[in-house]
Design a protein around this ligand. Structure first.
Ligand SMILES: C[S@@+](CC[C@H](N)C(=O)[O-])C[C@H]1O[C@@H](n2cnc3c(N)ncnc32)[C@H](O)[C@@H]1O
Length: 299
C-alpha cells in the first residue's frame, strides 16, 4: 500500500520499486522488438508496423518517494517509459487526479523530443472512448498499456475492449488484496459486492467455489492470523491464477502472474502480461523467473 506525501506524491514500498524495475525490463525488450518491426530488420523482411505507443492508464505522481528513505525519489512508471530506448512513437498518460496530471504535464519540458499526450479522467472512459478507437487493427499500430491501480479500478469491460483491438497488450497489476478485502469471512457476499467483483473480474462463478474450498484453506482465505505463509500463498496464488485464467478468455497469450508482497510478506498484487503475441508472454515469464530467482538468492 502506498501513502501520500506532503506534496501529493506517493510514498512507495520496496515491492513497488521492484514492480517498476520489472516494467522497465519488459519495456526495453518490447521497444527493441517493435522498433525492428518498423524496419526490414525483422523475420518478415518487410516493415509492417506504422507506430507503437506506451499508454499509462494510472500515471501516478511521476517521482514517488521511497518509504524506507523519504528523502529518496523513485522514478515512477511514466519516467521508466520515457527513459526506454529506443523511444516509443508516442506516450499517453492518464490519471484521474488533477494534481498528478500537473506533474505529468511537466514531463513535456523534460522530454521535448517525445510525443506526449496527457488526459485527465477515469481511465476506463478515456481508454474506451478516446484511445481504443484510434488503435484499430487496420491502423498498423500497436500499444503497450500499463494498468497499475491502487485497488479495483480497472473494469473488466475495459480489458475486453483493449483485447478486442488485437493491437493492445496489457501489463496489469491486479489487486489481490482488493478482492480479499471485499469477501466476507463466513458467508457469501451481498449482491452489491458480487456486482463490484463482477465489474472487475468479468465473472463471479468463482465466488461459490471459494466457499467450497476445504475449510483449512477457507480459514486462510479470510485472513486467519495464525495461517502459515504457505497457506497464505495458496490463497493469493489461487486468486492470481483465477484472474490470469479470465484474461486467457480474452487474450491468446498470458504470462504467469508474479506475486508482489509487502515487507511482512503478505501478497498485495499479482503482476502479469496479457498479449496477442507469444514471444511477449515468453519474455515476460523469463523476466519474472529471473526476478524470483534473484529474490530467492537474497532471502
Ligand atoms: C498506484 S498509483 C500509479 C503509480 C504509477 N503507475 C507508478 O508506478 O509510478 C495509482 C494512480 O491511479 C490514479 N487513479 C485512481 N483511480 C483512477 C482511475 N479510475 N483512472 C485513472 N487514474 C486513476 C491515482 O490518482 C494514482 O495516481
Amino acid at each position: 500500500m502506498s501513502r501520500i506525501g506532503s506534496e501529493g506524491e506517493d510514498i512507495i514500498g520496496r515491492w513497488s520499486e521492484e514492480k517498476l524495475d520489472l516494467l522497465a525490463n519488459y519495456l526495453k525488450a518490447y521497444s527493441d522488438i517493435m522498433s525492428n518491426q518498423k524496419t526490414s530488420n525483422n523475420p518478415t523482411g518487410k516493415p509492417w508496423l506504422r507506430a507503437y505507443y506506451y499508454i499509462d492508464a494510472f500515471a501516478g505522481s511521476v517521482r514517488p518517494r521511497a518509504k524506507a528513505d523519504e528523502e529518496r525519489y523513485v522514478e515512477g512508471s511514466p519516467l521508466r517509459a520515457l527513459q526506454t530506448e529506443p523511444h516509443f512513437d508516442g506516450y499517453w498518460f492518464i490519471d484521474v487526479s488533477p494534481r498528478r496530471i500537473e506533474r505529468v504535464e511537466r514531463l513535456r519540458g523534460e522530454f521535448p523530443d517525445c510525443v506526449i499526450d496527457v488526459r485527465q479522467g477515469n481511465c476506463n472512459e478515456v481508454l474506451c472512448n478516446e484511445i481504443v478507437p484510434q488503435l484499430s487493427y487496420a491502423s498498423k499500430q500497436r500499444a503497450f498499456v500499463f494498468l497499475d491501480p491502487y485497488g479495483l479500478q480497472v473494469d473488466w469491460e475495459t480489458v475486453r475492449e483493449l483485447a478486442n483491438t488485437r493491437t493492445c497488450d496489457i501489463f496489469v497489476n491486479f489487486s489481490v488484496m482488493g478482492v480479499t478485502r471485499l469477501l466476507p469471512r463466513d458467508q457469501s457476499p451481498d449482491p452489491e459486492v458480487v456486482a463490484q467483483l463482477s465489474k472487475v473480474m468479468g465473472s463471479t462463478e468463482w465466488i461459490n467455489q471459494i466457499y467450497q474450498i476445504p475449510t483449512e484453506y477457507q480459514l486462510d482465505l479470510f485472513g486467519n492470523q495464525e495461517s502459515s505463509p504457505n497457506r497464505e500463498t495458496i490463497r493469493a496464488e489461487w486468486l492470481a491464477s483465477l484472474y490470469t485464467e479470465q484474461l486467457k478468455s480474452l487474450f491468446p497469450h498470458v504470462s504467469r502472474p508474479v506475486l508482489m508482497r509487502n515487507s511482512t510478506n503478505s501478497v498485495l498484487y499479482a503482476l502479469c502480461l496479457a498479449s496477442h503475441n507469444q514471444t511477449a508472454s515468453r519474455i515476460t515469464n523469463e523476466i519474472f523467473n529471473r526476478y524470483e530467482r534473484l529474490k530467492d538468492l537474497g532471502r
